[in-house]
Design a binder for this molecule. Structure first.
Ligand code: AMP
Ligand code: MG
Length: 385
């Protein structure tokens, strides 16, 4: 129920009391009266990339400096920002996202001097990688120093740091004091937001709307505290690109073999992530057989009265006969697939489909990031034909 500033309300709700963004829950209202935490009024401001609106940036900076939450665009996905060096502020992120407290946050900075102020033992390779890929969609893990609270790192002695390239993100980070924790601005476990409309208001002080993001999947995470450096999460900066620059780069085995009993090294990667509400199944195999199988399964479910969503590409959508068919992009340029992935999963949520059948994608370059997220969204539910 809207209106207050974080107080708890025990008044019985009626449908009229709820804003359109608040799902009225009859059962909750009738049985429990209402014990939902009051939603706060979220300030939503639009900013054009080319014309950084100073007033908006200053307002965002002030909110961050006094320990509030500001969602803003980055080149990867929308982030939910808080002052990373203020333990209480960082804790608000966990509450707003429903994020498990052992899942550490990434600290966003805008320059190399600031990196050295919060870390220890930055290696030569790390400088080399930073020179080539920062600012950009890459996060590196370093030993932290005493400035970084354990509340930000989930109790770890290491800290994840990224320097984004998005102009709005950079301006907000600088205005907010230079060290901003900013995980994806979605409810934990749901698809990450790639546009401001996907960010849920009501638990955030401010949303800076800078339009659609450019990449659409989260940053690559590279652990620089081990030898050889290890990729803990694939992203737009690929293993191939990093190996060309610094030689051998390892990959967390938990990424490659989901059945392995080994825990992923990035604590957040163990949770089911990016999940749409419908059951998602990935169909792998020769293209004509994939299409035939998806058509057959869709027909079967539709005849039973279910709604079916299908994820195809520019190359294949015309071949699907029934169901809610969407093109995710073109196989000729896989970055078009990455940028639409989360948006399409959200559209299927809105369409209230019961099943989603998706084609599978190749796993080189950005394809590894796409398949990593798609597999997690599907709970590793794949059929091979
Ligand atoms: P998000 O901010 O939602 O994109 O998620 C951040 C990811 O980085 C999660 O999977 C975290 O577990 C991971 N991460 C953050 N800090 C560390 C760290 N110090 N060591 C390993 N993984 C980390
Ligand atoms: Mg996330």
């Amino acid at each position: 129920q809207s209106g207050g500033s974080g107080k708890i309300s025990f008044r019985r709700l009626s449908k009229r009391d709820c804003k359109s963004n608040c799902k009225w829950n009859r059962i909750l209202s009738e049985r429990l009266e209402c014990s939902i935490i009051n939603l706060m009024e979220t300030i939503i401001k639009k900013v054009e990339n080319e014309q950084l609106n100073n007033e908006v940036i200053i307002e965002a900076g002030e909110i961050l400096k006094r320990g509030g939450l500001v969602a803003f665009p980055t080149e990867t996905v929308y982030g939910l920002g808080a002052d990373a060096l203020n333990e209480e502020a960082a804790q608000k992120i966990y509450a707003a996202k429903g994020r498990p407290s052992d899942n550490p946050l990434i600290v966003h900075i805008t320059n190399m001097e600031d990196l050295l102020k919060i870390t220890k033992n930055v290696s030569k390779e790390a400088f080399k990688v930073a020179e080539e890929y920062w600012p950009g969609p890459l996060t590196m893990i370093f030993e932290k120093n005493e400035k970084v609270p354990y509340g930000t790192t989930g109790g770890l002695n290491t800290v994840a740091v990224r320097m984004p390239s998005h102009e709005i993100a950079r301006a907000v980070i600088d205005a907010g004091g230079g060290y901003i924790a900013a995980p994806s601005a979605n409810t934990s476990g749901r698809p990450s937001p790639t546009a401001a409309e996907h960010v849920k208001d009501g638990r955030i002080d401010m949303i800076v709307d800078g339009g659609d993001v450019e990449i659409g999947v989260e940053s690559t995470i590279l652990d620089m505290t081990v030898t050889p450096p290890m990729i803990l999460r694939p992203g737009a900066v690929t293993k191939e690109m990093l190996e060309d620059l610094i030689g051998e780069v390892a990959e967390d085995v938990a990424l490659i073999d989901p059945d392995s009993k080994k825990k992923p090294k990035a604590p957040g990667m163990k949770y089911r992530h990016y999940a749409p509400k419908a059951e998602l199944l990935i169909v792998e195999g020769k293209m004509d057989q994939v299409i035939e199988t998806i058509n057959r399964m869709a027909k079967e479910q539709i005849s039973k009265g279910y709604k079916v969503g299908i994820i195809g590409t520019e190359e294949s959508v015309a071949s699907y006969k029934e169901g809610d068919v969407k093109s995710i992009g073109t196989r000729e340029d896989e970055s078009t697939i990455a940028v639409h992935l989360y948006g399409i999963l959200r559209e299927f949520d809105q369409d209230e489909v019961d099943y989603i059948y998706s084609e599978s994608f190749a796993t080189g370059g950005i394809g590894s990031a796409i398949m990593n997220r798609l597999l997690k969204a599907a709970g590793h539910h794949v059929i091979n034909i």
